[in-house]
Design a protein around this ligand. Structure first.
Ligand SMILES: Cc1cc2nc3c(=O)[nH]c(=O)nc-3n(C[C@H](O)[C@H](O)[C@H](O)COP(=O)(O)OP(=O)(O)OC[C@H]3O[C@@H](n4cnc5c(N)ncnc54)[C@H](O)[C@@H]3O)c2cc1C
Length: 326
C-alpha cells in the first residue's frame, strides 16, 4: 500500500472533477484526480451545447481535459474510491479499490450519477443514441423526426411538450404514468402531441436503431427516437460515509446539497457536477468544478495563513510590540 499527501483529492474525473483539477493545479496546488472512468455521457456519440467543442466525442473531451489538468501538474490516478475518512490530524484518508491510499487536506466529490433506465427491452441497448432524455443534449439531432415519449411519471408530459418544440410528430405513450389531467391533455393536444394509451412491452430494434414502440396489445407504432426519463441515482456513498446527509430533489431522487461554491455540510468536503446538481449539463458541471476549485484554494490559503500566524506567534510572541523609542 502506498500513501501520498495532496492539498486536494478529487473523486471523479468527469467534466466537474477535471475542471476543478485544472483550476487548483493552475493555483499551484498539489491535486490528484481519482477516476473510475465511467462518465455518464459515454454512450453518446457527441456532447452538445459545449461552447467551442460542439459535438465533440464525450471521451475525447475528457481526454483533452485530463491532458490540460496534467499539463499544470495535476495527477490523474485511475481507480475507484471505496472509502474516505478523516484521521486524527484532520487529513482525509482515501482508499482505492486496489488497496492504495491517498491523503489530502481537502476533498472534492465529483462522482456524478447513474441513470437507472426504465425496464423495457430495447431501452438500454439504444440508450444514448435513439433512446434519449434531454432536449438540450440531443434534441437538435432528432428534430423533425417521429419521436415517442415513454410515460413513466409526472414529468413525461413535460418532456413531450419540450420535444414538441423540435418536431411536429410527437407521441406520448402513457404506459405507466399517472393519467394526465384534463388541462395537461388540452395543452399536449394544442402543441400537436398525440397520446397513446397502453403499456409499452418492448422496443423494436432495427439495424441498431429504434424501429417501433411495441405495446402489450400487439400494436407497433413506428418511431425514430424515444424519450425516456431515467431515475437519477447520485453516487453518494463517500459523502454519506463521511456523515453527510442527502437532500431530496423536488422531481424525485436525492443529491448532495451544497452552497453556491460547492461547499457541503461536511467540513473540508466540496461537491460539484451531477452529484450535487441532477440537472447539470457538461458546461454547468465544468462551471461548478471551476467554482469549487477556486473556493477550495481560498479555504487552503486561509488555513495556511492561520497555521503560519500561530507558528509565528509561538516563535516570536512579542513580534508586534514596538521597540522603545531611542
Ligand atoms: C446519454 C447522455 C448524453 C448526454 N449528452 C450531453 C450533451 O450532449 N451535452 C451536455 O451538456 N450534457 C450531456 N449529458 C449530461 C452529462 O453527461 C453530464 O452533465 C456530465 O457527465 C456531468 O459531469 P460530472 O463530472 O458531474 O459526472 P461524470 O461525467 O459522470 O463523471 C463522473 C466520474 O466520476 C467517476 N466516479 C464515480 N464514483 C467514483 C469513485 N467512487 N471513485 C472514482 N471515480 C468515481 C465516474 O467513473 C466518472 O468518470 C448527457 C448525459 C447522458 C446520460
Amino acid at each position: 500500500m502506498t500513501t501520498n499527501t495532496f492539498d486536494v483529492a478529487i473523486v471523479g474525473g468527469g467534466a466537474a472533477g477535471l475542471s476543478a483539477a485544472t483550476t487548483l493545479a493552475r493555483s499551484l496546488r498539489s491535486v490528484v484526480v481519482l477516476d473510475a472512468g465511467k462518465p455518464r455521457n459515454a454512450p453518446a456519440a457527441g456532447a452538445h451545447n459545449v461552447l467551442g467543442h460542439e459535438g465533440i466525442s464525450p471521451l475525447e473531451l475528457l481526454a483533452k481535459g485530463r491532458a490540460e489538468a496534467a499539463g499544470y501538474g495535476a495527477r490523474i490516478r485511475p481507480g475507484e474510491v471505496v472509502n474516505a475518512r478523516r484521521d486524527d490530524d484532520g487529513l482525509f484518508v482515501i482508499e482505492l479499490d486496489d488497496g492504495d491510499t491517498v491523503n489530502a487536506r481537502r476533498l472534492l466529490l465529483a462522482s456524478g450519477l447513474v441513470d437507472e433506465l426504465p425496464d423495457v427491452p430495447g431501452v438500454s441497448e439504444l440508450w444514448g443514441s435513439t433512446v434519449l432524455h434531454c432536449p438540450y443534449c440531443h434534441g437538435w439531432e432528432v428534430r423533425g423526426q417521429r419521436i415517442g415519449v415513454l410515460g413513466t411519471g409526472a414529468m413525461s408530459a413535460h418532456q413531450a411538450m419540450l420535444f414538441a418544440q423540435l418536431s411536429d410528430d410527437v407521441t406520448l405513450f402513457t404506459n405507466t404514468m399517472p393519467t394526465p389531467e384534463d388541462e395537461e391533455i388540452e395543452r399536449l393536444s394544442a402543441l400537436g402531441v398525440a397520446v397513446v394509451d397502453g403499456v409499452v412491452e418492448r422496443l423494436d430494434v432495427v439495424d441498431g436503431a429504434l424501429g417501433a414502440v411495441v405495446l402489450s396489445d400487439g400494436r407497433a407504432i413506428e418511431r425514430d427516437a424515444l424519450v425516456v426519463a431515467p431515475r437519477f441515482v447520485v453516487r453518494s456513498e463517500i459523502y454519506t460515509g463521511l456523515g453527510g446527509t442527502l437532500a431530496d430533489h423536488p422531481m424525485g431522487g436525492t443529491f448532495i446539497p451544497t452552497g453556491q461554491m460547492g461547499a457541503t455540510d461536511v467540513p473540508g468536503v466540496w461537491a460539484a457536477g451531477n452529484c450535487a446538481d441532477l440537472a447539470a449539463t457538461v458546461s454547468v458541471s465544468m462551471g461548478a468544478g471551476t467554482n469549487a476549485g477556486a473556493a477550495i484554494n481560498m479555504d487552503l490559503i486561509l488555513d495556511d495563513a492561520r497555521r503560519a500566524v500561530s507558528r509565528e506567534n509561538r516563535r516570536a510572541p512579542h513580534a508586534t510590540t514596538t521597540s522603545p523609542a531611542g
